[in-house]
Write a new protein. Structure first.
Length: 140
């Protein structure tokens, strides 16, 4: 039988504590998107090749990585609920609402955000078709 001495325990403790793992730090590199954003969409309608451009305002509230808010397109009297997530500098989001009893609107986007701008891709679908293109937005 082997006897474990204090020196053995001390050596083991030093070995364990001097491992290669470093203290875990939670340093967030996530950007903040809360606020009002003025945006533009420019894309093509699938199947027809027709160009589509839209101007909109996004109101966002961020809680950690979760984002919620609304999007309002110029010329429409409707605000659509929007939800999404932030991971580092990437904001992914969706919006879905009924435009009329027989027409549903769906929006899916992915942007890279810095302090004052967003830029990325967006897909917009309604009863008239699906448009895919680029989206940009500037913080007010």
């Amino acid at each position: 039988m082997r006897v474990v001495t204090r020196s053995h325990l001390l050596a083991l403790l030093i070995l364990v504590c001097s491992g290669t793992s470093s203290p875990s730090r939670s340093i967030s590199t996530d950007v903040r998107v809360s606020g009002t954003w003025d945006g533009n969409f420019s894309g093509l309608v699938e199947g027809t090749g027709t160009s589509q451009t839209d101007t909109f305002v996004i109101e966002l509230e961020q809680d950690g990585s979760s984002v919620k808010g609304s999007i309002r397109f110029k010329g429409l009297d409707l605000s659509f609920p929007l939800s999404g997530r932030i991971a580092a500098a990437t904001f992914t989001y969706t919006a879905k609402a009924n435009i009329s009893p027989k027409c549903e609107f769906t929006l899916v986007g992915k942007t890279v955000v810095n302090d004052s701008t967003m830029k990325g891709s967006q897909t917009q679908t309604n009863c008239e078709g699906t448009a895919k293109g680029e989206v940009t937005a500037v913080r007010r």
